[in-house]
Design a protein around this ligand. Sequence first.
Ligand SMILES: [Fe+2]
Ligand SMILES: [Fe+2]
Length: 332
Amino acid sequence: MYTQGLLEQGSKTVTVAAVEDAERLQRFEAKIDAEEKIEPKDWMPDAYRQTLIRQISQHAHSEIVGMLPEGNWITRAPTLLRKSILIAKVQDEGGHGAYLYSAAETLGISRAEMIDQLLAGKAKYSSIFNYPTLSWADIGAIGWLVDGAAIMNQIPLCRCSYGPYARAMIRICKEESFHQRQGYDIMLKLARGTVGQRRMAQDALDRWWWPSLMMFGPPDGASQHTALSVRWKIKRFTNDELRQKFVDFTVPQAKFLDISVPDPDMRWDEAAGQHRFGEINWAEFHEVLKGNGPCNRERLTARRNAHDAGRWVREAAAAYAAKHTARSVAAA
Ligand SMILES: [Fe+2]
Ligand SMILES: [Fe+2]
């Protein structure tokens, strides 16, 4: 498509460049069709590179910001075991962020640039982390629903056409599955507990259900990036397909807990073999994305403070690395 745009300019040089680009594009797409991975040194269309930078950096930011709502409960976990599990989980999320920033860096953007975009409020991260964690049951609901939705999204990404992203996702998915299980285990304990604990579990599901469905992004008809991402195998399923899988997977789990999904329109469609569910409040989703969710400002302030407080560590690490480089150059 852009090849034609270049040809229309009429210059001979541009025409040659355009033909070369068309050939490269053809080779690139043939590789993708053959299920081969695209690696950092391979030629790739700019739209592919930019889509991946956007997606991987948003994913990395989500992991890092996602540490905040749960970190809020580390000091208040009900037992020592729950506390150590939660610390391990939050630490995993930090590791996921680090892998993903590294994967994005292979596409030619630096970690510092990505962090600057986040702290300036220009980069997006998952809307779900702008909701507050009001009770211990929220930690259960996050593990069960939010990490559950993440797995649904991320398992297909292990087969993403971009090698570094696909490889990072393999380990991440293994850890996400532990996160989902620990969350469901918290919910199970509460759901089989006292009347008050059951009420906490239900209240957490009531508040986290709809934001979890929003995690899959806008409906396919309104999603700008889906078609090209599917063609280039960055995405294997559309937002709506993944959302449907998540609902079909999660509703029976809620039944097992004997708590109800807060959707009066939820019903099993025998003929389709799927659950039908009610309309998502997209106005709320867009408000949260625009920065007007319950905790957007709090989350960004926390990240900015952490970045400022960590400046001396970055400076010390850079000074240490420079000293070592100077020494090895002198010794050589
Ligand atoms: Fe994660
Ligand atoms: Fe997780």
